[in-house]
Ligand binder design. Sequence first.
Ligand code: SAM
Length: 226
Amino acid sequence: MWTETIQRWQSKDGAESYEAERFHGIVGRVFHRAQCRTLRRIARLISAGTRVLDVPCGTGRMHPVLRDRGLRIVGRDVSEAMLRKAAQRSPGNGDTCLVIGDATQLPFEDCSLDGIFSIRFFMHLTSQERETILREFARISRHLIVVEYGCDSAWHKWRRAVRKVVMRLLGRRRIYPVSAPAEQIHREARAAGLRICGWRWTLRGLSESVFVVMEKKDSREATVDA
Ligand SMILES: C[S@@+](CC[C@H](N)C(=O)[O-])C[C@H]1O[C@@H](n2cnc3c(N)ncnc32)[C@H](O)[C@@H]1O
């Protein structure tokens, strides 16, 4: 199902309909706004004028938030169609640069970026894939790494089971992202040489989405309240 979805995002139609399908209904809009608000608060921890990576950037949905903070954005995505949409969002003043390619191989020098953002991606990967990508993030980042995870709990498991039944009854096909318990998220960060310095929930209690803020173990501690 995830492979099918990736193929869809590679197509012009898939890229055109990505935001409309996910973020234009009432629930989608509330979720998108909550994500923007969360990201805005985290972005304040990174100095204006510095360069950050957004991977995968998709249609550049989060770029207005990063740009408002005064950050220079490098967007990377495997889909050319998605990058074309992201380019339409870019004001063309040189503060955004888009680079096609895979998230597991990042063509950037060690410690060359001030922050890395990865949104709506990790919940589709296996633990091993996440660790590989986190190691690559740790290599190229000088400062913070912000990754959106789906964080599991008994409540979220129950909610997801009910949702699955409702969706099946409605005859809707959906991708069910993979969530990870908090201990596993800590383990993955540690394995990549990172320390978690903050958790920010997108819609606490309602959604599994959490922005996990990480930094290298050897860097000065940043403080992010929960
Ligand atoms: C759910 S979208 C998220 C996009 C954006 N971060 C957002 O929040 O709207 C997932 C994106 O991951 C990209 N993608 C999937 N696998 C990838 C990979 N291995 N490397 C880079 N991009 C990938 C897809 O092309 C798609 O644009």
